[in-house]
Design a protein around this ligand. Structure first.
Ligand SMILES: C[S@@+](CC[C@H](N)C(=O)[O-])C[C@H]1O[C@@H](n2cnc3c(N)ncnc32)[C@H](O)[C@@H]1O
Length: 299
């Protein structure tokens, strides 16, 4: 079955930090292919699960995978930032998981355009209902705007040079395929393979993906809202895959766990340092290498 090869990242650590033995509702904000969710539902027969994802194709796989638990799950095709608008009885919520980014299922499908080493359309939308694709951004954004995206979300040194080259090339021919974008990155960024250094195209693709899906938008506010609604003892676990996300999660959790202006802490941080995958996990699943798990409990 499609996606059966998908390995949930930091699975044991997530289940442990969510303290999944308790009966009640668990919310998986990024259900993906249902890897974390199926383990949780299997191990705790008293758990109910609410799962959300922006990607309908992943949800189709998740629904199939979780069909044995159909009476205990509710699935929504939605951005998790709309969670506060759903009718959820938060007083029964025991744990919330947010496993950010994209899955191998999305990355490995050339048609989705997420991968720089596979030929495909410049799409990169997590949600097929959205209008903005990578091709549209490369066609419409001004040179300074493109440079800002590459610099802020990809931390790319040659961001201005690349933006200039794209704007000049697009006058002749539209950017439509991942290969076209990859080629121009190679021309501009002159990359030599070096240990520990990723290809600049990885940064460029990451930057566009973040911009298209507005991945960092309101992440801190979302975390605050969930922390506010959780009942005492409710837990929240966040897995992030790059420093931009992790920085937001870390600062928000630290803030909520400290005295603020006229308020007491509302969270206790359970992970002094972020938890990262063990060497055997990275060996078994190379894509887990950059994962960082942070968790907290409502006071
Ligand atoms: C790393 S995968 C999750 C994998 C999942 N934990 C599993 O074990 O199968 C991340 C998922 O989050 C989804 N996603 C990312 N941002 C989202 C958002 N703002 N709202 C809803 N889903 C989102 C992606 O579509 C993707 O399916």
């Amino acid at each position: 079955m499609i996606g059966q090869g998908h390995i949930p990242v930091l699975l044991e650590e997530v289940l442990q930090h969510l303290n999944i033995e308790r009966e009640g509702i668990y919310i998986d904000c990024t259900l993906g292919l249902g890897g974390h969710a199926s383990a949780l539902l299997q191990r705790n027969p008293g758990a109910e699960l609410i799962g959300l994802d922006r990607d309908e194709r992943s949800l189709q796989v998740a629904r199939e995978r979780l069909r044995d638990f159909a009476d205990r799950i509710q699935i929504f095709h939605s951005d998790f930032r709309f969670l506060p608008e759903l009718e959820v009885d938060f007083s029964r919520v025991k744990g919330v998981l947010v496993d950010l980014g994209i899955s191998s299922f999305q990355l490995d499908d050339p048609e989705r355009g997420f991968s720089f080493n596979q030929e495909g359309p410049l799409d990169m939308r997590m949600d097929q209902r959205a209008k903005t694709t990578a091709a549209r951004i490369l066609e419409k954004y001004s040179e300074p705007h493109l440079a800002q995206v590459f610099f802020e979300y990809g931390e790319l040194r040659q961001s201005r040079k690349l933006a200039r080259a794209i704007v000049s090339k697009r006058k002749i021919r539209k950017f439509e395929s991942t290969t076209q974008l990859f080629q121009i990155v190679e021309e501009v960024c002159h990359w030599r393979a070096q240990k520990g250094k990723s290809h600049p195209a990885a940064r460029v693709f990451q930057a566009l993906r973040i911009e298209i899906n507005q991945e960092l938008q309101d992440l801190g506010d979302f975390l605050r809202e969930i922390a506010d609604r959780l009942p005492a003892g409710g837990r929240i676990a966040f897995i992030s895959f790059h420093s931009l996300e992790d920085r937001i999660v870390k600062h928000t959790l630290t803030d909520l766990a400290s005295d603020g202006e006229g308020r007491s802490p509302i969270l206790k941080i359970l992970t002094k340092k972020p938890i990262t995958p063990s060497a055997p996990e990275v060996e078994a699943n190379f894509r887990s290498r950059s994962a960082k798990l942070r968790a907290a409990e409502k006071l």
